[in-house]
Ligand binder design. Structure first.
Ligand code: KG4
Ligand code: ZN
Length: 340
C-alpha cells in the first residue's frame, strides 16, 4: 500500500488529495465554495450539494495530475462519510464508490472529526496519546486521542463554535465572510479592555464552553453606541473586535489549561495539538501556547492549510483505519450525524 486518495465534501469545501503512506502529501486541492454562499450570509445546503456534485471529478482530476499519478496508481480511496451536510457527504461517498469500483481498489469511510484529530500524525508524526483541541467554524471540542480509532471527548462548546461567533461578529459589524481573519485584523488596532464581554462557563469546573451569549453582548454594545452617537466609528469597531476576540481567547486559554492538567493526570502524556480555522487566530494561539508552556506541554499546530478542511487529512485517517484491518464496501452509508 502506498498511495491514498482522500475525498472531503462535508461542508463548503470540495477537497481531494493524494497522500503517500510515508506521510508525503503529493497533492492537496481545495475548491472553496465561499463565493457561492457569500450573498446568503451562511452556507446554503442545496447550493453546497450541487456544487460538490459538479466539482468532485474536476478536483479529483486536478489532484491526480498535480500528484503526477493516474487513478490506476491509487491503492485506497478514503472519503468523509460523516458528520456534515447530508447532500455534500452523499456526493462524496457516491463519487468515492465510483472511483473505488472503477479502479478495483478498497474503499474506506472516514469520520471528518477523526480526520482533523489525526492530522498531527500526518504532519508531525505525533505519537499517541495526545490532547487535541479542535476549534473551527463548526466544531469546538477537546479530544483525548489514544489510538487511530480511539477518541474521548472531554468537553466542548454547548452552543456555537468559536468560528461561528467570529463570523457572526463580522456580520454584525459589516465585515465580510469568512469573518475570523477580518475581525482579527480590526482587533489589532482595538482596545481589548474597552468592553467587558461575558466569559460564560469559564470559571466553572469541566471543559464545556459557551459562545452564543457573546454575540448577544456584542450586539447590545454595538446598538448602545449607535443609540448614543448615531453610528459606530472605526475605532468603536476595532474596540468591539478586540474585546470580543479577547473574550474568546481567554475562555479557550483557561479551559485548555484545565484540560491539560486532567489529560496529563489521566494519560501521563504532555502533548497538545490544535486544528481548525480558529487556531490560526493570533490571540487564540498565543493563549493556547501560554497554557501549554505553563503546563509543560509540547504544542503542535499543523500548517493552516491542513488545519482547515482538506482531503489529505481524510486520506491519512483512512490509511490509519485501513492498516488496522478495517475497510468498507459498496454499502458504505453517509452519516450526517456521527459523533466520534
Ligand atoms: O476549520 P475551518 O476552515 O472550517 C470548518 O469550520 O470546518 O474553520 C473556518 C472558521 C471560520 O469560522 C473562520 O472565520 C475561522 O475559522 N477563522 C478564524 C481565523 N481564520 C479562520 N477565526 C479567527 N481568527 C482567524 N484568524
Ligand atoms: Zn472541519
Amino acid at each position: 500500500m502506498t498511495l491514498i486518495l482522500g475525498i472531503e465534501s462535508s461542508c463548503d469545501d470540495t477537497a481531494i488529495a493524494v497522500v503517500n503512506t510515508d506521510r508525503t502529501i503529493l497533492s492537496n486541492r481545495v475548491f472553496s465554495q465561499s463565493d457561492l454562499h457569500a450573498d446568503f450570509g451562511g452556507i446554503v445546503p442545496e447550493i453546497a450539494a450541487r456544487a460538490h456534485a459538479e466539482r468532485l471529478d474536476i478536483v479529483a482530476e486536478a489532484a491526480l495530475t498535480e500528484a503526477g499519478v493516474a487513478l490506476g496508481d491509487i491503492d485506497l480511496v478514503a472519503v468523509t462519510s460523516g458528520p456534515g451536510l447530508i447532500g455534500g457527504v452523499l456526493s462524496g461517498v457516491m463519487f468515492a464508490k465510483g472511483m473505488a469500483a472503477g479502479a478495483d481498489i478498497p474503499l474506506i469511510g472516514v469520520n471528518h472529526l477523526a480526520g482533523h484529530a489525526l492530522t498531527p500524525r500526518l504532519t508531525d508524526g505525533l505519537e499517541f496519546p495526545y490532547l487535541m483541541l479542535l476549534v473551527s467554524g463548526g466544531h469546538c471540542q477537546f479530544l483525548a486521542v489514544t489510538g487511530p480509532d480511539e477518541f474521548t471527548r472531554m468537553g466542548g462548546t454547548i452552543d456555537d463554535a468559536p468560528g461561528e461567533a467570529f463570523d457572526k461578529t463580522a456580520r454584525l459589524l459589516g465585515l465580510s465572510q469568512p469573518g475570523g481573519p477580518l475581525v482579527q485584523a480590526e482587533a489589532e488596532s482595538g482596545d481589548p479592555k474597552r468592553f467587558a464581554f461575558p466569559r460564560p462557563l469559564m470559571d466553572r469546573p469541566g471543559f464545556d464552553m459557551s459562545f452564543s451569549g457573546l454575540k448577544t453582548a456584542l450586539r447590545r454594545a454595538r446598538d448602545k453606541i449607535v443609540e448614543e452617537k448615531g453610528g459606530i466609528t472605526r475605532q468603536d469597531r476595532a474596540d468591539l473586535c478586540a474585546s470580543f476576540q479577547q473574550a474568546v481567547a481567554d475562555v479557550l486559554r483557561k479551559k485548555t489549561a484545565r484540560a491539560l492538567t486532567a489529560f496529563a493526570a489521566e494519560h501521563g502524556a504532555t502533548t497538545i495539538a490544535v486544528a481548525g480555522g480558529v487556531a490560526a487566530n493570533t490571540a487564540v494561539r498565543a493563549g493556547l501556547q501560554q497554557a501549554a508552556r505553563d503546563a509543560g506541554f509540547t504544542f503542535t499546530a499543523p500548517p493552516l492549510k491542513l488545519c482547515t478542511d482538506n482531503g489529505a487529512m481524510i486520506a491519512w485517517a483512512g490509511w490509519e483505519r485501513y492498516r488496522l484491518g478495517q475497510s468498507d464496501d459498496m454499502t458504505l452509508a453517509a452519516r450526517p450525524r456521527w459523533p466520534l
